[in-house]
Design a protein around this ligand. Structure first.
Ligand code: PGA
Length: 248
């Protein structure tokens, strides 16, 4: 039984003070829903968000991590640090990190392994660019990303991973994929997981859709049988909108 997971990805928005204000408002609005809610905050905001959600069901995650245990890696944050700060999830391989910060399938794989070893669940992002979608090779592209991300990860660990399908052309553009496009790709991802593992393993893995998710379109996205949640960028910055999304 997959419990739907709706995660906010704040990207590089909000100071700790703004994060605190978000939590204050969100907690006033918050009511129990059928979904697991999560906020993936900038590293500097994590303590404020953990404190702001204390005693509630809302989980806290990070947006990036470095795979080495510790050492001379100026500017990086380790799995142990995230864990100690109260994170239970961490996004890896977001398309913005692949595009601007040189993230590759190989680093995604190393980060996913390090996170699992440290008790944090990775949210592995995959998705095609507009050019790939026009060329019609999106399935091959996403499959290669999945093979790279899950390389050497046993089934018992794979079930701890979440996959976020985010077509790059739909991120922050207001151009949401049609529910069918999103649903088709998430079915294809599930089939690929069956090939990589087996039916039971694939059945346990949460697959999210991301890209211009809003209160207005969440229901039809969640109606797709293979979509188990959403990764929400812009709309997660507003507590009222985020609450409306998790209470779709
Ligand atoms: P968006 O971002 O909801 O603003 O399109 C989604 C994401 O990048 O995770």
């Amino acid at each position: 039984m997959r419990i739907p997971l709706i995660a906010g990805n704040w990207k590089m928005f909000k100071t700790p003070q703004e994060a605190e204000a978000f939590c204050e408002r969100f907690r006033k609005l918050y009511k129990d829903t059928d979904v697991q809610a999560l906020i993936c905050a900038p590293a500097i905001d994590i303590p404020a968000v953990v404190e702001g959600f204390e005693g509630s069901d809302v989980k806290v995650g990070a947006q990036n991590v470095y795979f080495e245990k510790e050492g001379a890696y100026t500017g990086e944050v380790s799995v142990e640090m995230l864990k100690a700060a109260g994170c239970s999830f961490c996004i890896v391989g977001h398309s913005e990190r692949r595009q601007y910060f040189g993230e590759t399938d190989e680093t995604v794989n190393k980060k996913a392994k390090a996170l699992i070893a440290g008790g944090i669940r990775p949210i592995i992002c995959v998705g095609e660019s507009e050019d790939i979608r026009i060329a019609g090779t999106q399935n091959e592209h996403v499959k290669a990303q999945l093979i790279g991300a899950f390389e050497g990860i046993p089934a018992s660990d794979a079930v701890k991973c979440v996959i976020a399908y985010e077509p790059i052309w739909a991120i922050g553009t207001g151009r949401v994929a049609t529910p069918e496009q999103a649903g088709d790709m998430c079915s294809f991802i599930r089939e690929t997981l069956i090939e990589l593992y087996d039916e039971d393993t694939a059945d346990e893995i949460i697959i999210q859709y991301g890209g211009s998710v809003k209160p207005e379109n969440i229901s039809e996205i969640m109606d797709q049988p293979e979509i188990d949640g959403a990764l929400v960028g812009g709309a997660s910055l507003d507590p009222d909108k985020f609450m409306a999304i998790i209470d779709f």
